[in-house]
Write a protein that binds this ligand. Structure first.
Ligand code: GRF
Length: 192
């Protein structure tokens, strides 16, 4: 992993597909003086991602490509990342699976946030599964991205208690609040 030397922040791209609350949180974090990263590019696989509004709000370049996992689409993204000197990628609610070759080109430099205590509940609908299984504890995980879905080395995790009154929506809200603390803490840990 690239270590932070001097005052230069590591140029980072955040990949999104939806609301972008983690994106907004990472942008705010990146502006703190001793944050190791600067957010220089927002990538979305859909024009419908609400989080794209943060591009205008914070004056950060955005790029949208429907992606569909095609090699040509990935090549275009890789070129763009290279052109913008991007050295680190944060997936934040990004709903597409990156190809093995893409991940290899950014090996050890892509991280993801997942709304469960991995290795429990990889993939989608984590909160529904936790409620259905009557779990007492849920949580979130920040991990390195490898070719195997939600399986890379864990950087940090945070537990969230599930109360009897919780439903998937209320649980998602509670977990998201913790995600906003966990992602910056994980990035600090990586580059410390
Ligand atoms: C988060 O819960 C994240 O863990 C999951 O998708 C959600 C994205 O939320 N992968 P947001 O777009 O960052 O608000």
């Amino acid at each position: 992993m690239v270590k932070l030397t001097g005052l230069k922040k590591i140029k980072t791209a955040v990949f999104i597909s939806g609301t972008g609350s983690n994106l907004k949180n990472l942008i705010k974090f990146s502006k703190i003086k001793n944050s190791p990263i600067s957010v220089n590019l927002i990538f979305s696989n859909t024009t419908k991602a609400e989080g794209l509004k943060f591009s205008n709000q914070f004056n950060i370049k955005k790029y949208i490509s429907s992606f569909k996992g095609s090699k040509i689409a990935e090549e275009k993204i890789l070129n763009l990342l290279k052109k913008n000197n991007i050295k680190f990628i944060c997936l934040a609610g990004f709903m597409k699976v990156l190809s093995k070759s893409f991940i290899k080109k950014f090996s050890g430099k892509i991280v993801n946030i997942h709304p469960s205590l991995l290795p429990k509940y990889k993939g989608l609908d984590t909160h529904i599964k936790a409620i259905q299984n009557k779990d007492r504890v849920a949580g979130c995980t920040v991990h390195f991205v490898t070719a195997k879905l939600d399986s890379g080395k864990i950087i940090l995790q945070k537990e969230v208690k599930i109360s009897k009154k919780d439903n998937p929506t209320s649980l998602a809200k509670k977990v998201l609040k913790q995600e906003h603390k966990l992602y910056p803490a994980s990035i600090k840990k990586i580059f410390s």
